[in-house]
Design a protein around this ligand. Structure first.
Ligand code: GUN
Ligand code: ZN
Length: 437
């Protein structure tokens, strides 16, 4: 029996407590300028004003003084590909050519488990130095790529979701499985990793164009056998892709319907992109409790289009934010929030910084059905948090001095900030990254 441990962090503390769209900006967050976050055995015990809370606690309590810093919940990246870490910034192509010219050749390297392991380590180092503590992650078609992913996540004690790519057509031979091997490999990985500690499995058909009907049916079979595993795929990202899906599945009503016909549209299903969804598809996702991952840097980089956040949300679809590395151009959720703002500007919509904080933390947790465990600092939740240095650069320092309130500071952080602004990252109350060593 380990002795129980309790620590407290004194800093400014900000977190979301609900969706601003439903409860209004003011009611949707809490901010403690001089706050105290108390952690017991890796979980949140209390949060409050330093003056009030410190009086109620024993004087022997270990208070870590982080005044001048801002504590936020750990970021939740709802769509990312770890095997694409080394192809960020591949020039010149939109989705389908980008896959053939850059992505598939790189993913072939993951047949070498040592290579996969090296990239997995790089990947987690990047996530943590950017303050991301939970992510929904694509592997490659190789089951070993998922083993090394979960091994690295386990070492760092992170709440992580991942899965093996299913793809049995329109891809290089070396990256193709079959409905049967894909099913069996996924099943083995589920048995090995799903709900082991903080890990979860996602059945991961790449996208409709690379999956036969038989393969999508097998994905549906896995979900029926394991009702609490995730479903992770791509949807309606690029106009050419959508036209191709229409050709390949002429009997389907729309792109989402291809997945729906196989039982893949359900709670814990996360569809990346959804840039070009019609209202009908949004209504279906909302009704099913499925989520969409908004990936602004990827949508801009591949020229995919502008995600209609306001419409999708109004219809009631759960929305998370994803970096979508390697089509996305940054691991930083802070920077991604800034790019989400610009995508909304292009549609004459104002994305409030408190709203984008919600999407990047609690909203992501809700999209993943994990908001009972992570996403904010409600007592009892897991202590995954990030310590932000709002004055990380000279420019941020001088700019922050002009800010009137926390909303402005947060907005400037998303405009100017990235991994330089992350000074420490904590998982389950334990420090897993520090900028200064
Ligand atoms: N659609 C199918 N595969 C991919 C991928 O790897 N990245 C993106 N952005 N879209 C996809
Ligand atoms: Zn993707």
């Amino acid at each position: 029996n380990e002795a129980s441990s309790r620590e407290a962090y004194r800093a400014s503390v900000l977190h979301s407590i609900g969706n601003p769209t439903h409860m209004g900006i003011e009611n949707s967050f809490q901010y403690f300028e001089d706050g105290l976050l108390v952690i017991k055995d890796g979980h949140i015990e209390a949060l409050g004003h330093y003056r009030e809370l410190s009086e109620q606690l024993p004087t022997s309590l270990n208070v870590i003084d982080l005044r001048g810093q801002l504590i936020l919940p750990g970021f939740i990246d709802t769509h990312i590909h770890y095997p694409q870490t080394r192809i960020i910034g591949a020039y010149g192509d939109q989705l389908l050519d980008w896959l053939n010219n850059y992505t598939f050749p790189e993913e072939m390297r993951f047949s070498d488990v040592d290579y996969a392991s090296e990239v997995a380590i790089e990947f987690f180092d990047q996530l943590l130095m950017n303050g991301t503590t939970t992510a929904l992650v694509f592997g490659t078609v190789h089951p070993e790529s998922v083993d090394v992913f979960f091994q690295e996540a386990e070492k760092r004690n992170l709440r992580m979701i991942g899965g093996k790519v299913l793809m049995d057509r329109h891809a290089p031979e070396a990256l193709s499985d079959t409905p049967e091997t894909g099913y069996q490999d996924s099943k083995n990985l589920i048995e090995k990793w799903h709900n082991k500690g903080r890990l979860h499995y996602a059945v991961t058909p790449r996208f409709a164009p690379t999956c036969s009907d038989e393969q999508l049916a097998m994905a549906g079979k896995l979900l029926a056998e394991y009702p609490d595993v995730y479903l992770h795929t791509h949807l309606s990202e690029n106009k050419q892709e959508i036209a191709w899906v229409k050709e390949l599945f002429p009997e389907s009503k729309n792109y989402l319907d291809v997945y729906d016909q196989h039982g893949l549209v359900k709670p814990r299903a996360v569809f990346a992109h959804g840039v070009h969804l019609c209202d009908e598809q949004c209504h279906r996702m909302a009704e099913a409790g499925a989520a969409v991952a908004f990936c602004p840097t990827s949508n801009l980089f591949l020229g995919s289009g502008l995600f209609p956040l306001e419409k999708v949300e109004k219809i009631g679809v759960r929305v998370g934010i994803g970096t979508d590395i390697g089509a996305g151009t940054t691991f930083s959720m802070i920077h991604t929030m800034g790019e989400a703002y610009k995508v909304m500007q292009m549609q004459s919509c104002k994305l409030h910084p408190i709203k984008s904080l919600y999407q990047a933390t609690l909203g992501g947790a809700e999209a993943l059905y994990l908001s009972d465990k992570i996403g904010n600092f409600i007592p009892g939740k897991e202590a995954d948090f990030v310590v932000i240095d709002p004055e990380a650069t000279e420019l941020m320092k001088t700019r922050m001095e002009h800010c009137k309130n926390i909303e402005e500071k947060l907005f400037v952080l998303t405009t100017l900030g990235d991994d330089r602004a992350v000074s420490q990252t904590y998982s389950l109350g334990r420090r897993v990254y520090s900028r200064d060593n």
